[in-house]
Design a protein around this ligand. Structure first.
Ligand SMILES: [Zn+2]
Ligand SMILES: [Zn+2]
Length: 337
């Protein structure tokens, strides 16, 4: 049965209006998910300020409420929604690179209704079930915080398998995820430096065990000589400093979208044999390993979530997040079985 239910509409200029929204029946291979949690992301700023037709929210977790023909997951299955509704058949998908699908059907919460509303309709192939010990709030960590960062760590290992230190540029949610997942992957004593200009965010990074560095202190950053630098800031000046800070055979992994990067090819790349790689979201097949990492480090990783806010307070949740004085802010809704 189709459902009409109140959902937040983003009208632009920070206006969020609750109005009835129509949710159709799930079609073949599709599930209708009752949303329980959706984490606010920096990229939501665009929808918040410019407005959008669909109901946004792309870091969602919920419960299967209704299942279309040809699906196998039972009603009541809890899980996280993978952003990209990948085709499963193109050249990228055939080797598991679902984040590079060339025939993507939707981006859930960006081009189709997402997790700030009560429901989302997704293909079963991009819904990832979680175990009972993982709450829906924690399940949202499997997406941008853990998924995007673990994929970036994997990209770095392609060119630098003997990494002994890491610099993370920017201590927003992705940067915090990178710092935390580097610790989870390489051990708590592994040196992870995090640079930012916000003392609040540097404190959060320090609480995760990272070594905070003031991003304005260029000399200190250049002296670090990390094997890998991850840029989550998207800022040209920060990327260029990170690239020049690298030791020999170092790699800069660009994770945050944004500005450009100037490269002196001889000095920055050829002589020190450095690499610059991009890293976009993550592969669906990386989720099982990340779920295990989440279950093994539930308290540590959950500390990245500093606020949970009921969906009725969505405008206040956005103001809080955009103030910059938060880690991850997760918007919750009651899921009645
Ligand atoms: Zn996001
Ligand atoms: Zn594909």
């Amino acid at each position: 049965m189709s459902i009409t239910a109140p959902a937040p509409h983003f009208d632009g200029a920070g206006r969020i209006r609750v109005a009835d929204h129509f949710y159709r029946d799930p079609g073949p291979g599709e599930l209708r998910i009752r949303i329980g949690a959706n984490a606010i992301c920096g990229t939501d700023r665009k929808e918040y300020t410019q407005g959008v037709e669909i109901v946004p929210g792309h870091e969602a977790a919920g419960v299967v409420e209704s299942a279309g023909p040809g699906t196998t997951l039972p009603i009541g299955t809890r899980g996280a929604i993978y952003l990209m509704d990948f085709c499963g058949e193109c050249r990228s998908c055939s080797v598991g690179a679902t984040n590079q699908c060339s025939a993507k059907r939707q981006d859930v919460g960006q081009t189709s209704d997402g997790g700030y509303g009560p429901y989302a309709i997704v293909h079963e192939t991009n819904f990832f079930p979680v175990t009972e010990d993982v709450s829906l709030v924690a399940a949202t960590m499997l997406l941008d915080v853990m998924g995007t960062s673990t994929h970036a760590l994997g990209r770095a290992e392609l060119v630098r398998p003997d990494t002994q230190s890491v610099l993370v540029v920017g201590a927003g949610p992705i940067g915090l995820g990178l710092a935390a997942m580097a610790k989870v992957r390489y051990g708590h004593d592994f040196p992870v430096y995090v640079s930012d200009i916000s003392e609040f965010r540097l404190d959060l990074a320090a609480r995760l065990g990272a070594r905070p560095v003031d991003a304005r202190d260029e000399a200190s950053i250049l002296a670090l000589r990390p094997d890998i630098a991850f840029d989550s800031s998207g800022k040209t000046v920060a990327r260029e400093t990170a690239l020049r800070s690298l030791g020999q055979r170092g790699a800069l992994i660009c994770v945050g979208h944004g500005e450009g990067l100037g490269i002196d090819v001889s000095r920055d790349l050829i002589a020190p044999e450095r690499a610059v790689l991009g890293s976009e979201y993550f592969r669906f097949d990386e989720m099982p390993e990340n779920l295990q990492a989440l279950r093994d480090n539930l308290d540590y990783l959950s500390s990245i979530v500093t606020h949970t806010v009921d969906v009725a307070e969505l405008p206040a949740a956005f103001e809080l997040f955009l103030s910059g004085r938060t880690g991850k802010v997760v918007v919750t809704q009651e899921v009645t079985p």
